[in-house]
Design a protein around this ligand. Structure first.
Ligand code: HEC
Length: 269
């Protein structure tokens, strides 16, 4: 009993400590998100866009049958987005973000089962950010995302398609003509926020010590995630300055952060 009591006290002490230390860029298992990068109003835009997209995939049983994989990935996006809100939001929005994350986990599982009734109900519950039934417990710590968002879905389903919107197709942001680039700036800005969010989230996927390739360390992982974040911040700055040439060079730096990390860490089969 005594041992249990003291370990309880220890947990409370450590929880308080890590909350206090969350202001630093990296603390043991806890990574902060740049505080002023995404204003609350823009977070809400991202949230609304995400839930709308999910509702679209789930508008009927037959669309769910067709788009359940897309819905699953969009639910993972919701979980990652709300993880960031837990780092930057005030107390009320941290509670709402936790509730939305919990819904996102159930939606991801229900999507795979093509369980339309469950998906529909949960999407109704969380549709309006201002009216979400907030969680009681407040937990700003985001220890990890790997249990809730599988790495394969994260990289292939979230990061790659978002990167392609900047780089690959003839209609990618870097290839737009000046008039279209200017017309799309609000959309591009939201995409920049998302890339910053994914850069932050990538940090949590650092391999276990045993899986780190010889000659590499978690410091290398950390470096490439920091480079990815820096490039994302540069994308955002270029968008705010309406400078497509800056956006192009930031896309190149972003691309090189992906490639460098893949060179160092990709398990070759
Ligand atoms: C800090 C490291 C890191 C960064 C940065 C990173 N990735 Fe990855 N990525 C990985 C690892 C490790 C894997 C392999 C995961 C596995 O095999 O389980 C991977 C896998 C992938 C895959 C799946 C490929 C396949 O064939 O299975 C894609 C696609 C991908 N990443 C895209 C990107 C893009 C695009 C970026 C940059 C915008 C990026 N990644 C940035 C570490 C990183």
């Amino acid at each position: 009993m005594a041992a249990r009591h003291s370990s309880w006290r220890c947990t409370v002490l450590m929880a308080g400590l890590s909350f206090f230390m969350a202001a630093a860029w990296v603390t043991a298992g806890e990574r902060a998100f740049p505080k002023d990068l995404i204003p609350e109003a823009d977070f809400v835009k991202l949230y609304v866009e995400t839930v709308k997209q999910m509702q679209e995939y789930a508008r009927s049983q037959s669309s769910l049958n067709q788009d359940y994989k897309k819905l699953e990935n969009e639910a993972y996006h919701l979980i990652v987005l709300c993880a960031v809100q837990r780092k930057i939001g005030d107390e009320a929005s941290i509670r709402k973000a936790i509730a939305a994350q919990n819904a996102g986990k159930v939606i991801a599982a229900a999507a795979v089962k093509k369980d339309h009734a469950t998906v529909k109900q949960l999407l109704t519950d969380i549709a309006d950010w201002n009216k979400i039934q907030a969680e009681e417990a407040i937990q700003p710590q985001v220890k990890s995302l790997i249990d809730d968002v599988p790495m394969d879905n994260f990289m292939k389903g979230l990061v790659q398609p978002l990167f392609d919107r900047f780089d690959k197709t003839p209609r990618a942001y870097r290839n737009l003509n000046a008039a279209n680039f200017n017309a799309k700036l609000p959309e591009i800005q939201l995409a920049c926020y998302k890339m910053a969010i994914y850069s932050w989230a990538t940090y949590f996927y650092v391999p276990e010590a045993d899986d780190i390739p010889k000659g590499k360390s978690d410091k290398d992982w950390e470096k490439w995630t920091a480079d990815m974040m820096k490039a994302s911040e540069d994308l955002l700055a270029a968008t705010k300055a309406k400078k497509q040439s800056d956006l192009r060079s930031a896309v190149r730096r972003l691309d090189s952060s992906c490639t460098k990390c893949h060179d160092d860490f990709r398990m070759k089969d």
